[in-house]
Design a protein around this ligand. Structure first.
Ligand code: ADP
Ligand code: MG
Length: 256
Protein backbone atom coordinates (compact mmCIF):
# COMPACT_ATOMS: atom_id res chain seq x y z
CA UNK A 1 0.00 0.00 0.00
CA UNK A 2 1.17 3.48 -0.85
CA UNK A 3 2.72 5.08 2.27
CA UNK A 4 0.64 8.25 1.94
CA UNK A 5 -2.58 6.22 1.66
CA UNK A 6 -1.57 4.23 4.74
CA UNK A 7 -0.88 7.38 6.75
CA UNK A 8 -4.13 8.97 5.59
CA UNK A 9 -6.06 5.89 6.55
CA UNK A 10 -4.45 5.90 9.97
CA UNK A 11 -5.32 9.60 10.47
CA UNK A 12 -8.91 8.91 9.47
CA UNK A 13 -9.10 6.10 11.99
CA UNK A 14 -7.71 8.21 14.78
CA UNK A 15 -10.26 10.92 13.95
CA UNK A 16 -12.98 8.25 13.93
CA UNK A 17 -13.87 9.04 10.29
CA UNK A 18 -14.62 5.41 9.46
CA UNK A 19 -16.87 6.20 6.50
CA UNK A 20 -14.19 8.14 4.62
CA UNK A 21 -11.62 5.49 5.52
CA UNK A 22 -13.85 2.71 4.21
CA UNK A 23 -14.46 4.52 0.90
CA UNK A 24 -11.00 6.05 0.55
CA UNK A 25 -10.14 4.19 -2.70
CA UNK A 26 -13.33 5.29 -4.45
CA UNK A 27 -12.87 8.87 -3.26
CA UNK A 28 -9.32 8.96 -4.58
CA UNK A 29 -10.45 7.49 -7.90
CA UNK A 30 -13.21 10.11 -8.07
CA UNK A 31 -10.74 12.97 -7.87
CA UNK A 32 -8.75 11.66 -10.81
CA UNK A 33 -11.35 13.51 -12.87
CA UNK A 34 -9.44 16.83 -12.89
CA UNK A 35 -12.45 18.81 -14.06
CA UNK A 36 -13.90 18.53 -10.55
CA UNK A 37 -13.01 21.34 -8.17
CA UNK A 38 -11.27 20.76 -4.82
CA UNK A 39 -14.45 22.00 -3.15
CA UNK A 40 -16.51 19.34 -4.98
CA UNK A 41 -14.00 16.73 -3.77
CA UNK A 42 -14.26 17.97 -0.18
CA UNK A 43 -18.04 17.85 -0.51
CA UNK A 44 -17.86 14.20 -1.70
CA UNK A 45 -15.61 13.29 1.22
CA UNK A 46 -17.89 14.83 3.84
CA UNK A 47 -21.06 13.45 2.24
CA UNK A 48 -19.51 9.99 2.29
CA UNK A 49 -18.86 10.23 6.03
CA UNK A 50 -22.30 11.61 6.83
CA UNK A 51 -24.17 8.93 4.85
CA UNK A 52 -21.97 6.15 6.25
CA UNK A 53 -22.75 7.33 9.80
CA UNK A 54 -26.45 7.43 8.99
CA UNK A 55 -26.33 3.86 7.62
CA UNK A 56 -24.46 2.60 10.67
CA UNK A 57 -26.84 4.33 13.05
CA UNK A 58 -29.83 2.80 11.24
CA UNK A 59 -28.32 -0.70 11.38
CA UNK A 60 -27.47 -0.25 15.07
CA UNK A 61 -30.99 0.97 15.88
CA UNK A 62 -32.61 -1.88 13.94
CA UNK A 63 -30.52 -4.43 15.82
CA UNK A 64 -31.18 -2.78 19.18
CA UNK A 65 -34.96 -2.71 18.62
CA UNK A 66 -35.10 -6.52 19.03
CA UNK A 67 -38.03 -6.96 16.63
CA UNK A 68 -38.89 -10.70 16.70
CA UNK A 69 -39.78 -10.72 12.98
CA UNK A 70 -40.07 -8.20 10.19
CA UNK A 71 -43.62 -6.98 9.51
CA UNK A 72 -44.70 -4.21 7.15
CA UNK A 73 -47.78 -2.03 6.91
CA UNK A 74 -47.80 -2.71 3.16
CA UNK A 75 -48.57 -6.38 3.77
CA UNK A 76 -51.39 -5.71 6.24
CA UNK A 77 -54.96 -6.20 5.06
CA UNK A 78 -57.48 -3.90 6.75
CA UNK A 79 -60.59 -5.42 5.11
CA UNK A 80 -62.74 -7.45 7.43
CA UNK A 81 -61.03 -6.07 10.50
CA UNK A 82 -62.99 -3.55 12.50
CA UNK A 83 -61.61 -1.12 15.02
CA UNK A 84 -58.89 0.27 12.78
CA UNK A 85 -58.71 1.65 9.25
CA UNK A 86 -55.89 2.21 6.83
CA UNK A 87 -56.48 5.95 7.27
CA UNK A 88 -55.83 5.60 11.03
CA UNK A 89 -52.50 3.92 10.35
CA UNK A 90 -51.55 6.42 7.64
CA UNK A 91 -52.16 9.23 10.13
CA UNK A 92 -49.76 7.56 12.60
CA UNK A 93 -47.03 7.37 9.97
CA UNK A 94 -46.19 11.06 10.47
CA UNK A 95 -44.83 10.06 13.93
CA UNK A 96 -46.16 13.18 15.64
CA UNK A 97 -47.35 10.80 18.38
CA UNK A 98 -43.69 10.02 19.09
CA UNK A 99 -42.69 13.69 19.19
CA UNK A 100 -45.57 14.31 21.60
CA UNK A 101 -44.85 11.19 23.71
CA UNK A 102 -48.29 9.76 23.06
CA UNK A 103 -49.20 6.10 23.40
CA UNK A 104 -50.87 3.62 21.08
CA UNK A 105 -52.91 0.74 22.49
CA UNK A 106 -54.06 -2.22 20.43
CA UNK A 107 -56.68 -4.41 22.09
CA UNK A 108 -58.35 -7.52 20.76
CA UNK A 109 -58.34 -11.31 20.66
CA UNK A 110 -55.33 -13.26 19.28
CA UNK A 111 -54.56 -13.36 15.58
CA UNK A 112 -55.95 -9.95 14.63
CA UNK A 113 -52.60 -8.42 13.80
CA UNK A 114 -51.83 -6.43 16.95
CA UNK A 115 -48.20 -7.55 17.01
CA UNK A 116 -47.93 -7.11 13.24
CA UNK A 117 -49.12 -3.50 13.43
CA UNK A 118 -46.88 -2.61 16.35
CA UNK A 119 -43.77 -4.06 14.69
CA UNK A 120 -44.62 -2.37 11.38
CA UNK A 121 -45.02 1.03 13.08
CA UNK A 122 -41.86 0.50 15.12
CA UNK A 123 -39.86 -0.49 12.07
CA UNK A 124 -40.95 2.61 10.19
CA UNK A 125 -40.13 4.74 13.20
CA UNK A 126 -36.56 3.35 13.23
CA UNK A 127 -36.24 4.16 9.53
CA UNK A 128 -37.48 7.66 10.30
CA UNK A 129 -34.60 8.08 12.78
CA UNK A 130 -36.29 7.20 16.10
CA UNK A 131 -35.01 4.63 18.59
CA UNK A 132 -37.38 1.81 19.46
CA UNK A 133 -37.31 -1.15 21.86
CA UNK A 134 -39.63 -4.12 21.40
CA UNK A 135 -40.29 -6.39 24.40
CA UNK A 136 -42.86 -9.03 25.09
CA UNK A 137 -44.43 -8.33 28.51
CA UNK A 138 -43.06 -11.60 29.97
CA UNK A 139 -39.52 -10.65 29.00
CA UNK A 140 -39.91 -7.05 30.14
CA UNK A 141 -40.92 -8.27 33.59
CA UNK A 142 -37.91 -10.60 33.62
CA UNK A 143 -35.60 -7.71 32.69
CA UNK A 144 -37.03 -5.50 35.42
CA UNK A 145 -36.61 -8.25 38.00
CA UNK A 146 -33.02 -9.01 37.08
CA UNK A 147 -31.75 -5.52 36.29
CA UNK A 148 -30.08 -5.18 39.70
CA UNK A 149 -28.13 -8.40 39.41
CA UNK A 150 -27.57 -8.85 35.67
CA UNK A 151 -25.59 -6.38 33.68
CA UNK A 152 -27.29 -7.30 30.40
CA UNK A 153 -30.72 -6.62 31.91
CA UNK A 154 -29.59 -3.30 33.37
CA UNK A 155 -28.18 -2.36 29.97
CA UNK A 156 -31.46 -3.22 28.23
CA UNK A 157 -33.54 -1.29 30.77
CA UNK A 158 -31.29 1.74 30.31
CA UNK A 159 -31.82 1.46 26.55
CA UNK A 160 -35.59 1.19 27.04
CA UNK A 161 -35.59 4.28 29.25
CA UNK A 162 -33.64 6.30 26.70
CA UNK A 163 -35.55 5.18 23.58
CA UNK A 164 -38.19 7.24 21.84
CA UNK A 165 -40.62 4.30 21.72
CA UNK A 166 -41.17 1.21 23.85
CA UNK A 167 -43.38 -1.53 22.40
CA UNK A 168 -44.84 -3.80 25.08
CA UNK A 169 -46.35 -6.83 23.39
CA UNK A 170 -48.86 -9.22 24.96
CA UNK A 171 -49.83 -7.57 28.20
CA UNK A 172 -52.34 -9.80 29.91
CA UNK A 173 -51.40 -13.23 28.60
CA UNK A 174 -49.88 -14.16 31.92
CA UNK A 175 -50.80 -12.75 35.33
CA UNK A 176 -48.00 -11.00 37.20
CA UNK A 177 -47.42 -10.91 40.94
CA UNK A 178 -47.50 -7.82 43.12
CA UNK A 179 -43.77 -7.18 43.06
CA UNK A 180 -43.67 -7.53 39.27
CA UNK A 181 -46.67 -5.24 38.89
CA UNK A 182 -44.93 -2.69 41.08
CA UNK A 183 -41.76 -2.77 38.96
CA UNK A 184 -43.86 -2.45 35.82
CA UNK A 185 -45.81 0.47 37.28
CA UNK A 186 -42.54 2.26 38.10
CA UNK A 187 -41.32 1.79 34.54
CA UNK A 188 -44.53 3.19 33.03
CA UNK A 189 -44.32 6.14 35.45
CA UNK A 190 -40.75 6.85 34.42
CA UNK A 191 -41.66 6.75 30.74
CA UNK A 192 -44.79 8.86 31.18
CA UNK A 193 -44.59 11.99 28.99
CA UNK A 194 -40.94 11.19 28.22
CA UNK A 195 -41.37 8.41 25.64
CA UNK A 196 -44.11 6.96 23.50
CA UNK A 197 -45.41 3.49 24.37
CA UNK A 198 -47.18 0.98 22.15
CA UNK A 199 -49.11 -1.70 24.00
CA UNK A 200 -50.81 -4.80 22.65
CA UNK A 201 -53.18 -6.75 24.84
CA UNK A 202 -55.79 -9.47 24.51
CA UNK A 203 -57.56 -8.07 27.56
CA UNK A 204 -59.37 -4.78 27.54
CA UNK A 205 -58.11 -2.48 30.29
CA UNK A 206 -61.21 -3.18 32.38
CA UNK A 207 -59.67 -6.59 33.08
CA UNK A 208 -56.15 -5.37 33.84
CA UNK A 209 -56.50 -5.01 37.60
CA UNK A 210 -57.22 -8.72 37.88
CA UNK A 211 -54.04 -9.49 35.97
CA UNK A 212 -51.95 -7.03 38.05
CA UNK A 213 -53.57 -8.02 41.32
CA UNK A 214 -53.85 -4.45 42.62
CA UNK A 215 -56.65 -2.19 41.60
CA UNK A 216 -55.25 1.11 42.86
CA UNK A 217 -51.91 0.63 41.17
CA UNK A 218 -53.57 -0.53 37.95
CA UNK A 219 -55.81 2.54 37.92
CA UNK A 220 -52.81 4.82 38.45
CA UNK A 221 -50.93 3.08 35.66
CA UNK A 222 -53.84 3.18 33.22
CA UNK A 223 -54.24 6.84 34.05
CA UNK A 224 -50.75 7.46 32.71
CA UNK A 225 -51.04 5.10 29.73
CA UNK A 226 -54.40 6.45 28.60
CA UNK A 227 -53.73 10.14 29.20
CA UNK A 228 -52.41 10.76 25.69
CA UNK A 229 -53.46 7.64 23.83
CA UNK A 230 -54.66 6.37 20.50
CA UNK A 231 -56.81 3.36 21.33
CA UNK A 232 -57.80 0.68 18.84
CA UNK A 233 -60.08 -2.16 19.88
CA UNK A 234 -59.82 -4.70 17.09
CA UNK A 235 -62.41 -7.29 16.25
CA UNK A 236 -62.86 -9.71 13.40
CA UNK A 237 -61.76 -13.17 12.42
CA UNK A 238 -58.28 -14.32 13.48
CA UNK A 239 -55.93 -14.03 10.54
CA UNK A 240 -54.28 -17.32 11.51
CA UNK A 241 -57.61 -19.17 11.52
CA UNK A 242 -58.72 -17.43 8.37
CA UNK A 243 -55.62 -18.37 6.39
CA UNK A 244 -55.88 -21.92 7.71
CA UNK A 245 -59.49 -22.07 6.57
CA UNK A 246 -58.54 -20.73 3.13
CA UNK A 247 -55.83 -23.38 2.83
CA UNK A 248 -58.34 -26.11 3.66
CA UNK A 249 -60.79 -24.75 1.10
CA UNK A 250 -58.15 -24.74 -1.63
CA UNK A 251 -58.51 -27.66 -4.08
CA UNK A 252 -55.84 -30.25 -3.39
CA UNK A 253 -53.15 -30.12 -6.03
CA UNK A 254 -51.40 -33.42 -5.55
CA UNK A 255 -53.62 -36.25 -4.40
CA UNK A 256 -54.80 -37.07 -7.94
P1 ADP B 1 -51.97 -10.79 17.36
O1 ADP B 1 -50.75 -10.11 17.86
O2 ADP B 1 -53.17 -9.90 17.32
O3 ADP B 1 -52.24 -12.09 18.05
P2 ADP B 1 -50.35 -11.18 15.03
O4 ADP B 1 -49.94 -9.81 14.69
O5 ADP B 1 -49.35 -12.05 15.70
O6 ADP B 1 -51.72 -11.18 15.84
O7 ADP B 1 -50.86 -11.91 13.70
C1 ADP B 1 -50.76 -13.31 13.49
C2 ADP B 1 -50.21 -13.59 12.10
O8 ADP B 1 -51.14 -13.18 11.11
C3 ADP B 1 -48.94 -12.81 11.81
O9 ADP B 1 -48.12 -13.58 10.97
C4 ADP B 1 -49.43 -11.56 11.08
O10 ADP B 1 -48.45 -11.07 10.20
C5 ADP B 1 -50.63 -12.10 10.32
N1 ADP B 1 -51.71 -11.13 10.22
C6 ADP B 1 -52.61 -10.82 11.17
N2 ADP B 1 -53.51 -9.94 10.73
C7 ADP B 1 -53.17 -9.67 9.45
C8 ADP B 1 -53.73 -8.82 8.44
N3 ADP B 1 -54.84 -8.11 8.69
N4 ADP B 1 -53.10 -8.75 7.25
C9 ADP B 1 -52.01 -9.50 7.03
N5 ADP B 1 -51.43 -10.33 7.92
C10 ADP B 1 -52.00 -10.41 9.13
MG1 MG C 1 -49.48 -10.70 19.32
Amino acid sequence: MNELVRQTSSLLKSLNLKGIDRHLDELIEGCEDTSRSPLAFLHDVLTTEVSDRKDRRLRRNLAAAHFPVEKRLETFGFERLSGITETDMTALRDFRWIDKNENILFFGPPGLGKTHLSIALGLEAVHAGYTVCFERMSNLVKLLKTSEIQRASAFRIRRILSSHVLIIDEIGYIPIDRKEANLFFNLVSELYERSAIIVTSNKHFDAWSEMMGDEIMTTAMLDRLLHHAHIFSLSGESYRLESQRKENEMPALTNG
